[in-house]
Design a protein around this ligand. Structure first.
Ligand SMILES: C=C1C[C@]23C[C@@]1(O)CC[C@H]2[C@@]12CC[C@H](O)[C@@](C)(C(=O)O1)[C@H]2[C@@H]3C(=O)O
Ligand SMILES: O=C(O)CCC(=O)C(=O)O
Ligand SMILES: [Fe+2]
Length: 321
């Protein structure tokens, strides 16, 4: 397993904090998406019981013997995975469940293998996804309003659509025993990458490890907060805003003594949806930085890439000289 090249950075105190109920939320969200592509959300309205219930059902699942968990894998692309991320050679100190948000679409009836009480995990996942999807929709509407786009559902309709190709993931990072031996070096739990979709909504327990990369290339550690959500701008939203919003590069480093459990909703558009910079956001002579593509085309290309690759390069327009 790879070690991160630097010591884990000190906690960063500059993460934008958005109170979803505040009147200035939309302007602050736009600023955060332009500067970092990342922010923390409080007063989000998602009941803590839903969050705790999913966390405890997931913890029960990950405590099962490996042989039982493996009955729900390997992820192809959905299912239980251990250390291998994607199918192109990436590895991390992590085990996970990767699910289609339309639970009935998950292959091979693997949902029925969800531990001792499959129904409980299944309904915890369903309730959680539906609450978080609504919150993502609300945030995407605030983004459109903050950008002064007339059609306030221009982004939200993509993830709220019945055909939306959204994904849900629960990651478990066990404490990393090799850490002591390596004295102060952190192993990679989940290697650096950007998320391909429109928006990612992350919630974790109180274990540190999540880092984002700033524009200057420095990595900063995000203080964990189990009662808040963290929002990542994904590649597709960067394209729709013609680069105005930044798809944030992030990674997870392991912890030597505590396990980390995170749950991430990746809000993606329907497969047939055409993704391109919105004409209404182009100012004056501004040129489109990206070629139009369907989400299906982007996804196919993304799933053939390595985690750390810049997946937008093949879709960039060459600037005219
Ligand atoms: C290495 C890979 C894993 C990934 C598919 C990919 O080929 C490149 C993008 C990766 C990523 C990152 C964000 C999400 O965790 C994810 C589910 C996604 O949509 O894109 C993963 C993919 C995965 O784990 O299958
Ligand atoms: O587990 C985490 O905290 C983040 C993982 C992540 O970035 C991902 O699954 O795409
Ligand atoms: Fe990610």
């Amino acid at each position: 397993m790879a070690a991160a090249s630097s010591f884990s950075a000190a906690f960063y105190s500059g993460i934008p904090l958005i109170d979803l109920s505040a009147p200035d939320a939309k302007q602050l969200i736009v600023k955060a998406c332009e500067e970092l592509g990342f922010f923390k959300v409080v007063k989000h309205g998602v009941p803590m019981e839903l969050i705790s219930s999913l966390e405890s059902e997931s913890t029960k699942f990950f405590s099962l013997p490996l042989s039982e968990k493996q009955r729900a894998g390997p992820p192809s692309p959905f299912g239980y995975g251990n250390k291998q991320i994607g199918r192109n050679g990436d590895v991390g100190w992590v085990e996970y469940l990767l699910l289609n948000t339309h639970l009935e679409s998950n292959s091979d009836g693997f949902l029925s293998m969800f531990g001792q009480d499959p129904q409980k995990l299944r309904s915890a996942v369903n309730d959680y996804i539906s609450a978080v999807r609504n919150m993502a929709g609300e945030i995407l509407e605030l983004m459109a309003e903050g950008l002064k786009i007339q059609q306030r559902n221009v982004f939200s309709k993509l993830v709220m659509d019945e055909q939306s190709d959204s994904v849900f993931r629960v990651n478990h990072y066990p404490p990393c025993p090799d850490l002591q031996a390596l004295k102060g070096t952190n192993m990679i739990g989940f290697g650096e990458h950007t998320d391909p979709q429109i928006i990612s909504v992350l919630r974790s327990n109180n274990t540190s490890g999540f880092q984002i990369s700033l524009a200057d290339g420095n990595w900063i550690s995000v203080p964990p907060d189990h009662s808040s959500f963290f929002i990542n701008v994904g590649d597709s939203l960067q394209v729709m805003t013609n680069g105005r919003f930044k798809s944030v590069k992030h990674r997870v480093l392991t912890n030597s003594s505590k396990s980390r459990v995170s749950m991430i909703y990746f809000g993606g558009p329907p497969l047939s949806e055409k993704i391109a910079p919105l004409a209404s956001l182009m100012q004056g002579e501004e040129r489109s930085l990206y070629k139009e593509f369907t989400w299906f085309e982007y996804k196919r290309s993304a799933y053939n890439s390595r985690l750390a690759d810049n997946r937008l390069v093949p879709f960039e327009r060459i600037a005219a000289s």
